[in-house]
Design a protein around this ligand. Structure first.
Ligand code: SF4
Length: 292
């Protein structure tokens, strides 16, 4: 059975150039058309879900630079699906969140740091304008998201440049429902060339998580995903409309979903349901934690 959340990496294009990005999808020559994406969403909606509503998470690249994102979100909602976006937030900060109100259940903002030098060095700034958000920009955006009754989640990738940072006050001020903390992960063909520059030890990751442990007392669900837990525990559809298998630390693909259907395509990839459960239920490194 398909997991409840399907991550639809429907575009490989991005308005930033993060050097450690593991979702470049440069191997995908021709991303699916909007028409094909709608068919894939229809197929997802037809699959039985568990006790929870099925959710399509629109991911990239950067979803908000795709002109048809609002239409795709609306289509998914009309199919009875929950919807979410994972975004670097830059377009929402520069323009508006208005196109997503009413068709989006949750926005996940990727915010790795609020230190301008760290953001700039990592490449998480607007590629053409050079715009780099500050703390106040983010807090304003969070306020708009809350006022639109869209749930807010924050995703943070912990890497060499930000692993010492203290984000407690900032995250508390953003008041997200959830903060997901990821250890930077190597995927061959995506970010392997310079990975040594970004890599951190498990202990460094655990220390970061421990530094922020008290945020749960403020009602924020904090989850941690080390690089082992991230592989093969997500249901991912690539920009080519195929399921992605990353068990071996690189992207392998099923046949196209539109051609063979969801069930056959899903059967062609490996998925670790134990990691999936651990990731959602327990939120990260328990046994090997070396909190010091
Ligand atoms: S914003 Fe996200 S998708 Fe874009 S380059 Fe950075 S990590 Fe990759």
């Amino acid at each position: 059975m398909l997991p409840d959340t399907i991550n639809l990496h429907f575009t490989p294009y991005c308005n930033a150039r993060c050097q450690f990005c593991f979702a470049k999808y440069s191997e995908v020559q021709s991303p699916c058309s909007t028409q094909s994406l709608k068919k894939i969403i229809d197929l997802i909606a037809q699959e039985p879900a568990s006790d929870q509503l099925r959710r399509v998470n629109f991911v990239g690249g950067e979803p908000t630079i795709h002109k048809d994102l609002p239409a795709l979100l609306t289509h998914a909602k009309l199919c009875g699906l929950q919807t979410s976006i994972v975004s670097n937030g830059l377009e929402m900060l520069i323009h508006s969140i208005e196109p997503y109100a009413g068709c989006t259940d949750m926005i996940g903002l990727s915010i790795d740091s609020i230190a301008p030098n760290v953001i700039a060095q990592a490449g998480r700034l607007h590629r053409t304008s050079g715009y780099l958000p500050d703390r106040l920009d983010w807090l304003n955006l969070a306020g708009k998201i809350h006022n639109s009754s869209i749930k807010l989640k924050i995703n943070t990738v912990v890497q060499r440049l930000n692993h010492d940072e203290d984000m407690n006050d900032f995250i508390a001020g953003m008041t997200p429902r959830q903060w997901k903390i990821f250890q930077v992960t190597k995927i061959d063909g995506q970010n392997d060339i310079d990975f040594q520059k970004w890599k951190i030890r498990r202990e460094e990751f655990n220390n970061y998580c421990f530094r922020h442990r008290n945020l749960v007392k403020q009602g924020i669900r904090v989850t941690h995903e080390n690089s082992d837990l991230m592989l093969n525990s997500y249901a991912i559809i690539g920009p080519n409309g195929c399921f992605v298998d990353n068990a071996s630390g690189k992207h392998l693909y099923s046949r196209p979903i539109e051609e063979v259907g969801i069930v056959e395509a899903w059967a062609e990839i490996r998925f670790d349901s134990e990691s999936f459960v651990a990731r959602r239920g327990l939120g990260g490194p328990k046994k090997e934690v070396a909190y010091v």
